[in-house]
Design a protein around this ligand. Structure first.
Ligand SMILES: [Zn+2]
Length: 185
C-alpha cells in the first residue's frame, strides 16, 4: 500500500468515527417534554451529587404502562421525578434538573446526608413489580446517566432501595451489577 493511500485511509476512518460519534450523541438522547407543576420545587443553583433510579407503573386503573396515567397518578400523590423512561426507551422529562423533584422521600445517602431530593436527579423506569425493565429502557437509562455524569460531579448512582431500604424495594427485577458494568463501558 503506498503512503498517500494509507494516509487517506486513516483520515477517512477518523472522519467516519467522528460522524458516527456525533450521530450517536444526537439520536440517542431524544427527550420528550412532559413538564409538571406538582411534586416539585423550583430552586436555583442546587448542588447535584446523586442519581436515584426507581420503578413506577400505573396501578390506579387502565393501562399500567401509559405515561399520562402514570403522571396523573404522580399528581394524585404529589410526587414526581425528573425523568421517566417508557417501555420503548422514550425519555420523558417531568422536572428540569435545576429544580427539586419529590421522588426520594425519607431517605439518606451512604455518607449520611438526608434530604436526598434536594441534591439528586430521579429517574423512573416504567416497570411493574412482576416485570423487568426492557433492553430499550436500560439502553436509554445508560445514555441518560452518562450524559448527566458529563455535566455534574456525580458522587452516587443509587437505587431507591439503597437510600430507603426499610421502605422501598425499587427498581424491581433489574440486574444492577450488569447495569453498573455498562456505565463503565
Ligand atoms: Zn422509588
Amino acid at each position: 500500500m503506498n503512503r498517500n493511500y494509507r494516509i487517506r485511509l486513516i483520515v477517512l476512518c477518523f472522519l467516519l468515527e467522528f460522524h458516527l460519534t456525533a450521530l450517536r450523541s444526537q439520536s440517542k438522547l431524544n427527550i420528550v417534554d412532559k413538564t409538571v407543576s406538582f411534586g416539585m420545587r423550583q430552586t436555583f443553583n442546587r448542588n447535584i451529587c446523586a442519581i436515584i433510579v426507581h420503578s413506577t407503573y400505573n396501578n390506579s386503573g387502565g393501562e399500567k404502562y401509559d405515561i399520562d396515567l402514570i403522571i396523573k397518578q404522580f399528581s394524585h400523590y404529589h410526587v414526581s421525578s425528573h425523568y421517566v423512561i417508557g417501555r420503548e426507551g422514550t425519555i420523558y422529562q417531568l422536572v428540569k434538573e435545576k429544580n427539586v423533584s419529590f421522588q426520594a422521600g425519607k431517605s439518606s445517602l451512604p455518607d449520611g446526608r438526608k434530604g436526598v431530593n434536594s441534591c439528586s436527579i430521579g429517574i423512573e423506569l416504567v416497570n411493574a413489580n412482576d416485570d423487568s425493565p426492557t433492553e430499550a429502557q436500560i439502553r436509554s437509562l445508560t445514555i441518560l446517566i452518562k450524559n448527566i455524569q458529563s455535566r455534574y460531579n456525580i458522587k452516587y448512582i443509587l437505587r431507591h432501595s439503597d437510600i430507603a431500604p426499610d421502605r422501598k424495594t425499587d427498581p424491581w427485577n433489574m440486574n444492577w451489577e450488569d447495569f453498573m458494568q455498562r456505565l463503565k463501558n
